[in-house]
Every structure is written in C-alpha cells, then in structure tokens.
Write a protein that binds this ligand. Sequence first.
Ligand code: WTA
Length: 649
Amino acid sequence: MTTTLEPNIHPDSQREVEILAAESEIYHPSPEVVAQALIPNYMDLRTEALADVESYWDARAQEMVDWFEPYEKVLDDSGKPFYKWFVGGKTNIAYNALDRHAKTWRKNKLAMIWESEDGEHRTYSFFRLWQEVNKFANVLKSMGVKKGDTVTIYMGRVPELPMAMLATAKIGAIHSVVYGGFSEQSLASRIEDAQSKVLVTCDGAWLRGKTVNLKEIVDEAVRRSPVVQSVIVLKRTGQPVTMEQGRDYWWHDLMSLPIASPKCESEPMDAEDPLFILYTSGTTGKPKGVLHTIGGYQVYIATTLQYVFDLKDEDRYWCAADPGWITGHSYIVYAPLILGATSFMYEGAPDYPYPNRWWQLVEKYGITILYTAPTAIRGLMRFGDAWATRHDLSSLRLLGSVGEPINPEAWRWYHRVIGKEQCPIMDTWWQTETGGFMITPTPVVPLKPGSGTLPFTGIEADVVREDGTSCGPNEDGYLVLKKPWPGMARTVWGDPERYIQQYWAEFAKQGWYFSGDSARKDDDGYFWIIGRMDDVLKVSGYRLGTAEVESALVSHKLVSEAAVIGVPDELKGNVIYAFCILNSGVTGNGDLADELKRHVRTEVGPIAVPAKIEFVDSLPKTRSGKIMRRLLKAQVLGQPIGDTSTLAD
Ligand code: WTA
C-alpha cells in the first residue's frame, strides 16, 4: 500500500461543523425544473441500472455514440482490475464529437463561442471546427505522428487547444495535455514520461493583462527532455520568441500549406485503444500518467453530462475549468461536442479586470448552464453581491460545482445571488481517474448544500471502514467504488503496478477502487466528501502532490530536505506550508524563503508556491523514514498530535 492514511486527523474540522448544520437543509426541485428535465425518472433509473449494470451501459453506448463496428462484449473483467469495456468495438471520439454533426443540420450550429480577457471573441460552427481539426490532423500526420504516438500539448486557454486534442484523437494518436500553469520541470518530466516527439504550444498566454512566456518554458523543458523533435507554435500574444530552425514551426505557416487539407477521415480505433494521458499528482515526485481509453470514456462522459446538466440544443453551456485538467478534457472538449451542444470557453480570470467579468459574460452570451469550482465562487462572493446583481443573469437555469468540497455558505450564495433560487446546483464529485461524474445530483434530485448527494446511475459507491465494513450514518471512512464503470482509468502510463498499488491495493480482497478521499453518508444516504486522505493537496481546486513541491524545494542547492502540508484556507480551500532543512552552515531568512518560492514557481508553477516556508532542524519521521506530515499539520493547526508510536525520534 502506498498511501499514507491518516484517518484520525480531520483535514478540516470546520467541515464537520458545516456538514452537521446543512444536513437537514433540503432544497427540492421546482415543478418547472422537473417538467423540463430530460431524465425525469432518474431515481428509478438508478435502481434499474444497479440491478444490471452491463445492460444499462450497453444501452447508453448505443444511444450516445456511433460505432464503426459493433462491440462483442460490454464488460470483460477477466483481467481485473484492468477492466475492458465494449470489447472489439471500433470507434473514434473525434468522429462522434465532430464528423457526424458536420453531416447533419448541426453543421450550422455553434459548437464553440470563445472570448478572451481583453474582449477578443470568436465563434466556430460545428462545420468550421470540424474543418480546422481536419486541417490540423493532416499537419500532425505530415510531422510524422502516427497511431499510438503521443503528442504533448502545452497551451493557454485558446480554441486551438481543443482543436489540437481532437486532431490528435482523430488520427489515433494519444494526447498528453500539460496545464499551461505548470513550469519547466513539470513539463519536462511529463514530456519525458510520455516520450512525445511532437509538442504543440503557444508563444505566450494572457494572464491578467500580462503575458506568460510559454515558449520560453518550452525551450527550457525541451532542453531537459530532448526527446521532442518538432514544436508547433501558435502565435497568440505576438511576443518575441526564439524559433529553432528545423525544430520549431508556426501553427499558421503549417495550416496554410497544401498538406493541411480540410478533409481527414477519423482513424477507426479499438474501443480500448488509448485516448489520452493526463498527469496527476501522486505520492512520489514522478508524475503519474492516468490513461483513459476511447470507447468507455466517450460513453461515460456523454451520459453523465446529458443526465446531470440536462444539456439541450438550445443551451449555452459554460464550463469554466481549464482544458488542461480532467474537467476540461471531459466537460469542455469531448462531452459537449459529442452531445452536439454549444459551449462557451473563456480565457481569463473570473475577477479581471473587475469582479463582474463572469457575470458580464453570462449576460452577454445568455449562458444557461455554468459549471465552476468552489474556489472561484468563494473568490467572487468576497466582493459582495452588487457585482453580480447589476447584471441580468436570468438566462441561467443550472449551476455546477467541482474540484473540492463546497462549503455550505458558498453554496447558498451561489444559489441565492447567482441562481436567484431558481437554479439547482450540481455538486459533482469525481476525479481524473474516474473520467466523469461519480457522485452527483441531477436536476430532479433534492439538494443539500455541500453534499454531492448520490452516486450516479450504475455507480456503486460506499463509505467503509478499514476492514471493508460499511460505516454507519455520519461516520467518516474511506470512499470506495465497488463496481467498475466505463469511464474508469485503465492504467498508469508505463507503470501498471503503480495503478494497482495506488487504487486497488487498499481493498484488494474486496476488489474495490479506493479514491483516496474520506467521506461520510448521512441518515438519508447522501454523501459528504471530507477531503483527501493521502499526500494529495487541493489548492484552489488544483490537484498537486506534496512530493512534487518537495522535490522542487530539494532541487534548490541550499535545501537538503523538505516536507509540505496543506493547511485549510477560507479562499483557496488549502494553502501550502513548507518545512525545509537547509544544508549545514546555511541559515534561513526571509530572503531565502522568497528565493525558494521563486524556485518552486519556475520548477512546478505558480499554483505550487508555498504560502509559508519554515526552516527547521529536523522533520518528524517514522522508523522506516517516512515523513509524518500529519504531525506537522497538527502542530500548525494547534490540534492534538494523536498516535505517535511510529515516530522514530
Ligand atoms: C476532490 C477533479 C468534494 C476530491 C474533477 C477528489 C471534490 C479530487 C469534488 C480529484 C466535489 C473533486 N466535492 N471534493 N464535488 N470534486 N473533489 O483529479 O478530493 O483534479 O479526490 O479531479 O478532488 O481531483 P482531480
């Protein structure tokens, strides 16, 4: 077992108090919401689906996507936990997202509306997006990208990012999108692990009126991971960049060559062929590439999006995440396109230049569904109601939340001020590894502020004790998934053993997936997520590993050892505290702390910068040498330090 579980320390005792207060606060869906719901019989469907999971997903696979050749078997569990779904089926997700719509009336429908922080805007019909993707798919082919190759994509939040993903999928290659907020070392190790010969990037990205030098970071990352042979650079900001001859090419140059024809057939792919690798944080500094395959993933994300966000042709749906994280992969790029929906994508911060920016956009584009993270909601709530109330938000009909537990206070504000008490809030619990929503309401499910309510159709989730017995009501335990589902990750790229150890070892006897989260169920069976039980941190909803930050710190020449913990924060959910042991003879001071923060920023990225760095002489460790982070945390929070019997010294 590789996780370090700390069941006797509560990551957030505030959460406990909030849950108890919100448990009996129920919001029933209005008759209008129920009347317009696509899936009004959702509750019955949950019971039906669990009774025969395979038939249920079989029906969804027929309904949601097209297959070039039918599958022979819905689920093959002979090699568990390496489950296979829709075995033998031939398909392509880009075909389902674009090709098929470009042949129907949807050809003329808007697939994407995009605006950037400076007000630049563009729209793409399904036909136009399909053509652009075809062109770029041909460009990738001409650069030698073949079925099964990996392409690393490192860009800002521009329409070309989804295009690059779809083009990669179209020709049967595997994309690895690295979030544009990551820096040199994070990018380099992800390129290295995926062995990508082709990298797609931008010259820069806009952030709060300033530019971020993406290409410069790429140059350094490629120097560290020289496996890259070609770099395609989109001109976004126009800032000066160095283009290395024979390696670097401008996107617009390639797209205007005759090879960039607007016609490109989608490669017939096996349902279990890899679609993408998405790196996520684990317990070691080495990035963990979560692998998703095509067939099951597309069925799962399309079903969940349709049921939960009730997506209809007349909607204008806005998922405000970044395409570089799983929420963006599943619910900005693939699922909305598969469903033929119109999405809005925004490049910018919620409060720049003013805290009304998002509400202005909701009004301007008539957004009907808004899906974002608690940290953004809390951030905007702090500026007061007036920034929102001066805009007409009446187009909104559904709201969503993801990424971390939403505190009931933020939930109520979102519900009252943004949703005018008319919009149900879909609090969706899921993970990079689950591919799509796992515990979530739909519009017809009664809500409680701060609870993700119930497992989705066909999902069997539970909160259990260490021995696998189910916890009683309001008892904290391990959040497990007891049955496989089509959207589940298939393995860790290049490291199947790590996949088993990370997710399937804790409850190996029972064959359950362990999420790494602790949770509880209340008297009504509603799930309340408490937080991570392992070395994963959620900072502003972003997922980071303590090990990533620690390895960045010790890569500084003056640091010999480091330990990092997450400390609850009202705005960001958690902030990072770092404890560093310096090389002998070196004394820590404020300047060095600042230097170390800058170092973490260049190595990992701004999201990983510790809020506080403390210099210490020693770190609490177990006899086997593992740092006992829970002791550090207890000390910072002034909590009892609990069981110290394994402490070495
Ligand atoms: C946390 C993001 C409470 C959880 C989609 C999980 C949540 C981790 C929620 C996965 C939610 C995500 N309520 N906690 N609605 N959604 N989490 O892989 O700890 O970036 O394990 O996926 O985020 O983060 P990841």
